[in-house]
Design a protein around this ligand. Structure first.
Ligand code: ADP
Length: 205
């Protein structure tokens, strides 16, 4: 045992449990993991769902690609190793919120099955709800919310998912939302119908 190991005294038995925090908040926590192309609607749906859950009295947290990359992951780029580390930190962060009883909505392109599986195994399969925001590439490109598709087509962005980097369609998502031809309200409602029963608390301590 090293000197520094001798100075670490884990005391998990003294922490208030997730179970008790869920009781306090009167909700069951889950991680809702939205995956899909840029512009598919992840952030829009996450915000809409959060607003309704808040009005219903639920505490939520949104972890979103751009915010995380501007903050906790601002030292990471888009190399394969950095993309892996990006997802690992996001999943570990989501787990902290999960363990605090908070319903956590993660909005990340997360294009590879391997990444989503890595996130699922950090978060725990029972708490990880994979939702595929299925919007065709042509529709995402038509929306081009951030002008990124135009830049990628001009060759100004390397490895842009859907243009010159792959998106692996989730094999068995818990839910698939096809936003094309759907209003934002419809998509938000579809996700709420799935999530609300899962976060209901039975009131028993
Ligand atoms: P992402 O977070 O996946 O990159 P955004 O949510 O930023 O995507 O952008 C999605 C765009 O598509 C928004 O401008 C939104 O208004 C539009 N949109 C149109 N229909 C829908 C829908 N049914 N669900 C979500 N977004 C939609």
């Amino acid at each position: 045992m090293t000197q520094s190991e001798r100075n670490i005294h884990p005391s998990f038995d003294q922490f208030v449990s997730r179970h008790n925090k869920e009781w306090l908040l009167q909700q069951r926590s889950k991680v809702v993991w939205l995956t899909g192309l840029s512009g598919s609607g992840k952030t829009t749906i996450a915000k809409g769902v959060e607003r309704v859950l808040f009005e219903m009295g639920h505490i939520t947290m949104i972890l979103d690609g751009d915010n995380v990359r501007a903050g906790i992951n601002n030292n990471l780029g888009f190399s394969p190793d950095d993309r892996k580390e990006n997802i690992r930190r996001i999943a570990e962060t989501a787990r902290l919120f999960l363990d605090s009883g908070i319903v956590t909505i993660c909005s990340f392109v997360s294009p590879m099955e391997e990444m989503r599986q890595a996130a699922a195994s950090i978060i725990g399969k029972n708490d990880f709800i994979e939702v595929y925001i299925n919007t065709p590439l042509a529709e995402c490109e038509r929306r081009d919310v951030k002008g990124l598709y135009a830049k990628a087509r001009k060759g100004e962005i390397k490895d842009f998912t859907g243009i010159n980097a792959p998106f692996e369609v989730p094999a068995h998502p818990a839910l698939e939302i096809m936003t094309k031809g759907q209003t934002v309200e419809d998509s938000v409602r579809q996700l709420l119908e799935y999530v609300v029963p899962l976060i209901q608390h039975d009131g028993v301590r």
